[in-house]
Design a protein around this ligand. Sequence first.
Ligand SMILES: [Zn+2]
Length: 378
Amino acid sequence: MRPSKHTSNTRENEVVSVFRFRLEPAKEQEQKLFHTFYLCRRLYNAALEERIKAYQVHGISVHYTDQQNRLPAWKREHPEYKQVHSQVLQDVLQRLDQAFVNFFEKRAKFPKFKNKFMFRSTTYPQARSTYFHENKVFLPKIGWVRMVAHLPFDPASVKMINVKFHDSKWYANLTCATEVGAPITEIQSAVGIDLGLLSLIATSDGDFFENPKWLQKSEKRLKRKQRQLSRKKKGSKNREKAKQKLQRQHDHVANQRKDHLHKVSRSLVDRYDLICMEDLQVKGMMKNHHLAKAIGNASWGKLTTYFEYKTKRVGKRLIKVPPHHTSPICSSGCGTLVKKSLSERTHKCPTCGLEIDRDVNAAINIVHRGLAILQQTG
Ligand SMILES: [Zn+2]
């Protein structure tokens, strides 16, 4: 078992991650932990027995709340249970309850009595930020235990601590829930970005982000290899080999492309508080052959996703605007529609005389629309 970190999304704004860290309890603490396992296991088996008997003898079902309500009485009868944190005991009963749920929902067999090898973890379901100090974790009734936190984590985000003995080693699994998205920053700078035909994107401030030359080269090389492959005999060993090689190169270029898109999106999110882009249904646009190529190369969909989460993470904003006529409308505000063919690179307005790169003209219209939406929605 390797120390690991898993991440999954639950609620929209909440990310739950589990950090697994090694624990190094002192000898005495280790004995307390083993004794806790023993007491918890006894409670588990007694609670299971109670459920079975109640059903066999009286035909009634015992539920979690019934058993939880009897915990104080159980503790009075068995004073040694004062050595175990009450939440840990509640968790034991909850585990049993879950075992029954799994059985009734046909996901598991009927719950079994547990021997000492089957019961080697306890859970503290309500952790507090004060449970963590320097390289130690506080386990109620056990004490401050040394913990090797090899990854940074936020103590305030820890919701649950699970202590496990596995393969002669001790582990703490910390379940952390963090809100994604910082509070919204005040918007002091805004940018519109347009999907360029020649460059990757053009901004309303007149900046262009190109697909780097090396990326274009790798893509060309890939195409050449693809042609070579198609000439090889179907089903031959050589073809199979070439196919695998090509797949590896595909992955490599895809990663290079992603890297570049990360860089571009990061630099824009760093610079601006509000990013406006067209709400493009990429699939709809793919029908246009020329545009499809540009979109494919630019990986527009990916870029959109990156902008979405990067802005959210730092409390900035992304607004997607309706894409109609962002290209022909004159961005000076004169309101003229200047039709251009795809090959015309410059927007020349006959009414107000504005002369500007066609993609920058579109980007300016996009940021204007975004700011208008911002004003309406706040
Ligand atoms: Zn004009």
